[in-house]
Design a protein around this ligand. Sequence first.
Ligand code: AMP
Length: 112
Amino acid sequence: MSIFEKIIQKEIPANIVFEDDLCLAFTDISPKAPVHILIIPKTPIPTAADLKPEHASLMGHLMIKATEIAKEQGLAEHGYRLVINCKDHGGQEVYHLHIHLLGGKKLYGLPV
Ligand code: AMP
């Protein structure tokens, strides 16, 4: 079981900012920007490379929630970055698909 599944199961703590039947959002333990939130599906899809057409609705839901959370966090006016790292060359460390929401300052380069 990945560390994110343990967070979903509430076996380890996280600062949860949003939760519904399909997804969970919580602050990154090692923030790379003033706002750094991870949005994850509750179903354990390991990587973006594992996505299938039947995940289209779920991924749409995650993207919409990411933008709603960005607005709640006060990021909508100046903007933000949404990132999905995929496998080793993409810099993925946790093999449970997640969207990084980063903002609160002007971002240069590749923060995550
Ligand atoms: P990635 O490199 O795209 O797989 O991103 C994984 C992210 O998960 C990193 O930004 C980590 O800081 C973050 N992370 C790892 N463990 C935890 C945890 N227990 N709670 C919150 N964030 C975590």
